[in-house]
Ligand binder design. Structure first.
Ligand SMILES: Cc1cc2nc3c(=O)[nH]c(=O)nc-3n(C[C@H](O)[C@H](O)[C@H](O)COP(=O)(O)OP(=O)(O)OC[C@H]3O[C@@H](n4cnc5c(N)ncnc54)[C@H](O)[C@@H]3O)c2cc1C
Length: 393
């Protein structure tokens, strides 16, 4: 395996040939500006796919994935180093591809068949195919086990009917990780659920975009009417999809949603404090230092968690990162709103700074809900990590 310092040189050569280094104390608002443009959502997706294609061509995408599936068979330390170097440069965000690269890759590696791994992983790595997650339903969010989307066997094919909601990037995705009920008579509700690979262009799939509280366009509703899938679409075993999904959700909470301590929120806070002339205010400095400390601790805890899981530790501890990452996001946006004062509470359409403050206050609420709400994470930590008595039904 390539030595980590030699690898760092390779990764730095990739980024430095394309992007400038970020100023660690100045927030680059370009991403916010792109995201708010009328076609901003699509632009963010296109920029992410373009960067990942280049990373893949240089052998720097999905490096922890085994060589036979298109990766380089390197360690998680190597993958983390790329994330770390990526954040140091003024490069586009890869977030629109996160469901594929974190959730779908983890699910396929853990539970996919050999044929599925060979078919799907190379196109995920190269960004030729994008994925979405089709778990939540109108009446099954926290209580995911009540999901009602049905898959009924008709000869060799499964026929799927139902509705999903809050499906991020579904309008851009080629495939979805779909949970459906395959045995409605199973004695326990979590038995009798199966995970499928759903081609988003299959006849009977309708995707309808939703606008979120902050004006974002990544959410969708997905309607499934008589969609036919063959047996090869099942991930893991029929009726055992609940277990498969727990691996997907662990990856979501620790990696995709778990906050990475990328310093972006802190840069926003520092920029806001400089602009408002309160950078030397001792109370504000104290609050900023708490954020710096929390970001650093989160990064260390995440490292320890990933090392623990690789060594066979309890994946439910991923809830800790989700809880800490979501709280930190919100803490930052609230501090920025406090710094902005009245200017962040009322704004007109030409006041970009006021708009950004209010937008962030709304947008960061989502991080307390996505991937399972904070109340649910606390329940999971209590029951599955601390061994407390189960929540009364
Ligand atoms: C930004 C974002 C992106 C998302 N992307 C996706 C996606 O790509 N794919 C997907 O499938 N889903 C996605 N979701 C949906 C997300 O998983 C659900 O919103 C979440 O699980 C909560 O479910 P719900 O919205 O139905 O809320 P509900 O389950 O109705 O919860 C309502 C409230 O009740 C509380 N509550 C419920 N049960 C309990 C309990 N047992 N104990 C204590 N409190 C409880 C909750 O904490 C919450 O405050 C996304 C959500 C967001 C915000």
């Amino acid at each position: 395996m390539i030595d980590i310092e030699e690898f760092r040189t390779e990764v730095q050569a990739f980024f430095s040939a394309r992007y400038d280094l970020r100023d660690p104390e100045v927030d680059d608002e370009r991403e916010d500006i792109i995201a708010r443009a009328p076609d901003g959502h699509q632009t963010m997706v296109d920029l992410a796919r373009d960067l990942q294609r280049q990373l893949a061509a240089a052998g720097l995408s999905g490096v922890h994935i085994p060589v036979e599936y298109g990766g380089r068979g390197l360690g998680h330390d190597h993958a983390k180093l790329i994330e770390h170097e990526h954040r140091r440069y003024d490069a586009p965000s890869l977030r629109p591809l996160g469901i594929g690269m974190h959730l779908a890759v983890a699910t396929l590696l853990a539970s996919g068949s050999e044929q599925q791994k060979r078919r799907y992983l190379p196109a995920l790595i190269s960004a030729d195919e994008q994925w979405c997650q089709l778990f939540s339903e109108p009446d099954a969010g926290s209580d995911l086990v009540s999901l009602r989307t049905r898959a009924v066997l008709d000869g060799d094919e499964w026929v799927i009917d139902g509705q999903k909601v809050w499906s991020s990037y579904a309008a851009n995705a080629h495939f979805g990780l779909l949970l459906a009920r395959t045995d409605p008579d199973a004695p326990k509700p979590h038995v009798g659920i199966t995970m499928f690979v759903l081609p988003m262009d299959a006849p009977g799939v309708t995707v309808r975009p939703l606008v979120d509280i902050a004006g974002g366009l990544h959410f969708n509703e997905v309607f499934l009417e008589g969609v036919r899938l063959d047996g090869d679409s099942v991930i893991g075993d029929v009726n055992q999809g609940w277990g498969v999904s727990q691996g997907t959700l662990g990856g979501e909470r620790s990696g995709y949603m778990g906050g990475s301590g990328d310093g972006r929120r802190l840069r926003q806070v520092i920029t806001a404090a400089r602009t408002a002339g309160v950078i030397d205010d001792s109370v504000m400095r104290d609050r900023m230092m708490r954020i710096v400390t929390a970001e650093r601790v989160l990064e260390w805890v995440r490292d320890r968690y990933l090392a623990g899981v690789l060594a066979g530790g309890n994946p439910a501890a991923g809830s800790m990162m989700k809880l800490a990452g979501g709280s930190l996001e919100q803490q930052c946006s609230e501090l920025i709103a406090d710094i902005a004062g009245a200017a962040g509470q009322a704004w007109d359409s030409t006041d970009r700074d006021g708009d950004i403050v209010s937008h962030d206050l709304n947008a960061t609420r989502q991080s307390r809900i996505a991937g399972g709400t904070h109340q649910i994470q606390r329940n999971l930590l209590g029951e599955r990590v601390l061994g407390l008595p189960r929540e009364p039904k």
